[in-house]
Write a protein that binds this ligand. Structure first.
Ligand code: NAD
Ligand code: MG
Length: 359
């Protein structure tokens, strides 16, 4: 089992990563402060893993709250079910919430923990690749509002993140690929050595080889933890984690959420960012081809959806929340392994890339 620390002073916490981690009570119970525990999960994950988790918590007073599955339920109304459960069982400020699920469950549980009685502790047990490498680390929590995704939320760091790669055995193939898009992102933004490793090991990851998954998830968490430790609340460098996300967000908005998975939209978005970086003279054509090839081997899209026009992109990107002072800021690649956030780029090059890639 591997371990690393998210270094945030008195809010620092460990991430445990391995195969079979969720069979080890010693990794979990030291992070539960008192007797009361509330597991929050959803109707897909509960039948798979809820009993396994409960078996580690025999010495505690455990309740569970099983939410409906889906991004559509990531809202304030669904969150009430968590508060109802906590209040009905008279949970006090020493309770610990445990998120057992993907990013939706993790974001909602973290936000419930941030709000309940003005803040209680929580533990992340992420069950998708995306949540294991991205959403469970870094303390961003929240829910959606009808007028915007993740618009209601808080920064609230967990006590610990427990990652068991065995839980990925039941994950649908498309979800696996979507999570791998975010793994590839880390190589691109800050870790060229990891990018090279991914080129050599992508087939193993796609085959869910345990050692490859543990290595890639550990390395991704370490990369994210470094960025978060430097800029916890995204006043600067943390924005590089959004490589491909401004284009990706435009794709998700254009298609309607749920058509393409987030990771799929980000994959196409990263190719767009890479091509723009190439046109601006930063990375080479060969490198763009390498990025595309890697994403394709992960069964991810490398072009925007058919029929989406340059104007569709521009009109949506102009209202993207990452646009500061109405100047379009993008995450671009200075090199493979080094991203920069900038609004200082030649706009005509963006128009050329959009014209070239929208078919
Ligand atoms: P998700 O939570 O919807 O999970 C995807 C699907 O897989 C769901 O149907 C889920 O029930 C199912 N599932 C989960 N674990 C499974 C398992 N082990 N076996 C079988 N099925 C399983 O989606 P996600 O991709 O994990 O997370 C996406 C969410 O994460 C979005 O809401 C996004 O906004 C959020 N997010 C947050 C951050 C952050 O920093 N907080 C970062 C990235 C994404
Ligand atoms: Mg993302």
């Amino acid at each position: 089992m591997l371990e690393l620390t998210v270094d945030l002073g008195d809010r620092s916490y460990p991430i445990f990563i391995g195969s079979g981690t969720l069979s080890d009570a010693a990794k979990l119970t030291p992070y539960v402060r008192a007797k009361q525990v509330a597991i929050v999960t959803n109707e897909t994950v509960a039948p798979l893993y809820l009993d396994k988790l409960k078996a580690l918590l025999n010495d505690f007073d455990v309740i569970d709250v099983v939410l409906p599955d889906g991004e559509a339920f990531k809202n304030l109304q669904t969150l009430e079910a968590v508060f109802d459960g906590l209040l009905q069982a008279r949970h006090n400020r020493a309770t610990t919430l445990i998120a057992l699920g993907g990013g939706v469950v993790g974001d909602m549980t973290g936000f419930a923990a941030a709000c309940y009685q003005r803040g209680v502790e929580f533990i992340q047990i992420p069950t998708t690749v995306l949540s294991q490498v991205d959403s469970s680390v870094g303390g961003k929590t929240g829910v959606n509002h009808p007028l915007g995704k993740n618009m209601i939320g808080a920064f609230h760091q967990p006590n610990a993140v427990i990652i068991d790669t065995d839980l990925l055995a039941t994950l649908p193939d498309r979800e696996l690929s979507a999570g791998i898009a975010e793994i590839i992102k880390y190589g691109l933004i800050c870790d060229s050595e990891f990018f090279t490793w991914l080129q050599a090991n992508i087939a193993k990851l796609m085959a869910r080889d345990t050692d490859a998954l543990v290595y890639a998830i550990h390395r991704s968490c370490a990369d994210k933890a470094n960025v978060v430790a430097e800029d916890e609340k995204e006043s600067g460098i943390r924005a590089i984690l959004n490589l491909g996300h401004t284009f990706g967000h435009a794709i998700e908005t254009h298609l309607g959420y749920g058509e393409w998975l987030h990771g799929e939209a980000v994959a196409a978005g990263m190719v767009m960012a890479a091509r723009l970086s190439c046109r601006l003279g930063d990375i080479s054509r060969e490198q763009v081809e390498q990025i595309k090839a890697l994403l394709q081997q992960a069964n991810l899209p490398v072009l925007p959806p058919e029929g989406m026009t340059p104007d569709d992109f521009l009109s949506i990107m102009a209202v993207d929340k990452k646009v500061l002072d109405s100047r379009l800021r993008l995450v671009l690649l200075e090199q493979v392994g080094k991203a920069v956030v900038t609004s200082e780029f030649d706009r005509s090059k963006l128009d050329e890339v959009l014209a070239e890639m929208c078919v």
